[in-house]
Design a protein around this ligand. Sequence first.
Ligand SMILES: Cc1ncc(COP(=O)(O)O)c(C=O)c1O
Length: 444
Amino acid sequence: MFSSCPPLLRCSNSGGSTRPRRGWLSILPYDDVTYEFERMHMNVELPKRMATKAIHAGEIHDSLGAHTAPIYQTSTFTFEDMDAVEASAAGTSDAYMYGRGASPARAALARKLAALEAFGLATGTEDVSAEIFSSGMAAISATLMGLAKAGDHIIAQQVLYGSADHLISEVLPTYGVTNTRIAGLDPVELDRELTANPTTTVVYVETPANPTLALVDIATTADIAHAHGARVAVDNTFATPVLQRPLEHGADVVVHSTTKFINGHGTVIGGAVVSNDQVLMEEQIASLIRYLGGVPSPFDCWLTNLGLKTLPLRMQQHCSSAMTVAQFLVSQSAITAVRYPGLESDPQHGIARKQMDGYGAMVAFDLGSYDAAARFLDRVDLCTLAVSLGNIDTLIEHPASMTHHVVPPEEREASGITDGLIRMSVGLESIDDIVDDLEQALSG
Ligand SMILES: Cc1ncc(COP(=O)(O)O)c(C=O)c1O
């Protein structure tokens, strides 16, 4: 699909690798990066920051002049004649043929997401591309099936989103793909396991991890993995490209559940894969969408694209409110532990500062027992008891009995998913109302 949908965005960085890290959220101007922004109907070069790219990158401007991109709700596309068919077959035209292979709203969303994950990359940003899937799990499955074949090995961190955990530990082994899990992908252990398992083709990372908010140092992991010839795939769902761009830190592939912050409104299940390795994308990962078939609908892509336009602004408020919530929780005697990467007291705050531009909406905290957690969750009112995350409203859940129920109890324990653990996705309601709700629920 990439040959038929050339990327519309190019980025170049005149600052090179010595460029200082950008300020919070990269919304603020900085002058050592120049962006060339190519729109379909005009060739202009303008400097663009993250918030501008989120709105304009990859947009379709149709021939009738519709201000908002139309939804091409069609399964197939027509050809004028056999010359057009042959140009398409030869890859010399941009024509769409069939919705499973490529479609306009999907391509537009892919361009926008690729532009955001490429933001600030020192080299080769023109090679960054994305493919959009019908769920985060479809994107993760395509990534791992594309990177690991029968006889290959995967190394993953211990704590992962429940279904990704199950895919790696239970499903892929039935296809001959073995795995090792390492707590925090500790560098010494990672090096040892890569040496012991020379068939390792991929190191799989989730940072911040669902649900414990444990972090992995992406650059250190990439250095070690690459020295052993393995690729690094990072699930960037919790951080989003606004707060963390794994390609910049040496990762080879980024995966997303776009269901979460990228859509932001809880209206779509979706996923994405992004990489700056075109051969990898075209030959191993993105192209699998045709054969595995996890294709998103045009309407879902359109909704997700709409949500993505406000991502930088939403993340700014999410980060501010989550910090307030984390500080409030730390002050509560009923709570035995709080994990929020932005807290200076967080054991991995140093890693967060190194690779993140902000610390996100997700907070994990422990009430010490199942009974205490259940009592608290029964009492919350504004905070909604539900799985998923990244919506404009605050969602709260009990991982051991909800998102991570599929993980066996002994594995949950090894991952730090206790019976008292609660995961909270801090929304965009008034922060005072969110804290009031937590306070009344804790007082019960
Ligand atoms: C970190 C993370 N990755 C992947 C997924 C899977 O995404 P989806 O539900 O869109 O398939 C989830 C879902 O909660 C998640 O939290």
